[in-house]
Ligand binder design. Structure first.
Ligand SMILES: NC(=O)c1ccc[n+]([C@@H]2O[C@H](COP(=O)([O-])OP(=O)(O)OC[C@H]3O[C@@H](n4cnc5c(N)ncnc54)[C@H](OP(=O)(O)O)[C@@H]3O)[C@@H](O)[C@H]2O)c1
Length: 263
C-alpha cells in the first residue's frame, strides 16, 4: 500500500518563521502547502523542500489581506482534492508608530490578515482537521499578553489570536484536534523591516533569536499538543508579569519598552 503523508498548510511561508516552519513539517514527513503573495520565493522554497526531504510541496499564491482571501485559498485547496492534517496560521504583520499617524488601511489590513484570515481559515478547514484529528498552530506573540503603545492594533490582534486559540483548544480537545498558540518575543525575520521598527527599543541593538530556532520550538510544542507556548525563559517571565501588575502600570512600562529610542 502506498503511504500517504499528512498534509500541512502554512500561511506566510515565503519568509521568516513561516518559511522555517515549512522545513520543520517537511523534515517530520509532512507534505506541505506553501501560501503567501510572493510566487518566486514560494517556488524556490518548494523546490528546495522537495529535493531535501522527498515530500510533495504545493505552492498557492494568495493575498489573505482581503475579505475573500481565506475563501479563495480554501477553494483552491479543495479544487486540488487535498485534505489537511495541520493548519498553520502564520501570515501576519505589524506597524510601528503613533496610531494617530498611521494610514487607516494599514491598521485595518492588520485586522484583516492577523485576525479575520485566522478565523476564516480555521472555520473553513475545521472539517478536515476533525476528520484527520489534526493540529492547528497559530502565531500569536508575547505582544498578546499586554497592550502595546506604538503598536496598538498589532498587539490587540495578537491578544485576539491567543484568546481565540485557547478557547478553541478547550472546545476541540474532546474531538482530538489540538490548538497551539505560539508566542515568540522579537525574532529575526522580515517583520521588523515591514513594521519599520528599527527605532523601537524592543529591537534596536538587540540580538534576536533566529526564525529557525523559534520554528523548531514551536513545531515541537504543537507536536506535544501544548495550548500556549512562549519560547525563552525571559519571555515567559515577562508574559506572566501583567497577571500580577495593574494594567495601567503595565501599559506605562510598555510605552518605554516598545517606544522609540532617544537619540
Ligand atoms: N518576528 C517577530 O518578532 C515576531 C514575534 C512574534 C510573533 N510574530 C508573528 O509571526 C508571524 C510571522 O512573521 P515573521 O516574523 O516571520 O515575519 P515575515 O518574515 O515578515 O513573514 C511574514 C509572512 O507573511 C506573509 N504575508 C504578509 N502579508 C500577507 C498577505 N496579505 N497574504 C498572505 N501572506 C502574507 C509574507 O509573505 P508575502 O510578503 O510573500 O506575502 C511572509 O511570508 C506573524 O504572524 C507575526 O505577527 C513575529
Amino acid at each position: 500500500m502506498v503511504k500517504v503523508n499528512p498534509l500541512a498548510l502554512i500561511t506566510g511561508a515565503s519568509s521568516g518563521i513561516g518559511k522555517a516552519l515549512t522545513e520543520e513539517f517537511a523534515q517530520a514527513g509532512y507534505d506541505v502547502i506553501l501560501a503567501a503573495r510572493t510566487a518566486p520565493k514560494l517556488e524556490a522554497q518548494a523546490a528546495d523542500l522537495k529535493q531535501r526531504f522527498g515530500i510533495t510541496a504545493h505552492v498557492i499564491v494568495c493575498d489573505l489581506q482581503t475579505t475573500d482571501g481565506a475563501t479563495h485559498l480554501h477553494a483552491e485547496i479543495k479544487n486540488r482534492d487535498l485534505m489537511l492534517s495541520a493548519l498553520v496560521n502564520n501570515a501576519g504583520f505589524g506597524t510601528f508608530g503613533n496610531f494617530n499617524d498611521m494610514p487607516l488601511d494599514s491598521q485595518l489590513g492588520m485586522v484583516e490578515l492577523n485576525v479575520a484570515a485566522v478565523v476564516g481559515l480555521t472555520k473553513l478547514f475545521l472539517p478536515d482537521l476533525l476528520a484527520t484529528k489534526g493540529k492547528i498552530l497559530n502565531l500569536a506573540s508575547t505582544a498578546a499578553f499586554q497592550p502595546g503603545p506604538y503598536m496598538a492594533v498589532y498587539f490587540a490582534t495578537k491578544a485576539f489570536v491567543l484568546s481565540f486559540s485557547q478557547a478553541l483548544a478547550a472546545e476541540l480537545a474532546s474531538a482530538g484536534v489540538t490548538v497551539t498558540a505560539l508566542c515568540p518575543g522579537p525574532t529575526a525575520s522580515g517583520f521588523q523591516d515591514r513594521a519599520a521598527m528599527q527605532h523601537s527599543a524592543t529591537v534596536k541593538g538587540k540580538h534576536l533569536p533566529s526564525s529557525e530556532r523559534i520554528a523548531r520550538k514551536g513545531f515541537h510544542a504543537m507536536q506535544r499538543g501544548r495550548r500556549v507556548y512562549i519560547p525563552g525563559v525571559k519571555n515567559w517571565i515577562l508574559a506572566q508579569l501583567p497577571r500580577f501588575t495593574p494594567r495601567r502600570l503595565v501599559t506605562f512600562i510598555a510605552l518605554f519598552v516598545i517606544g522609540p529610542t532617544k537619540e
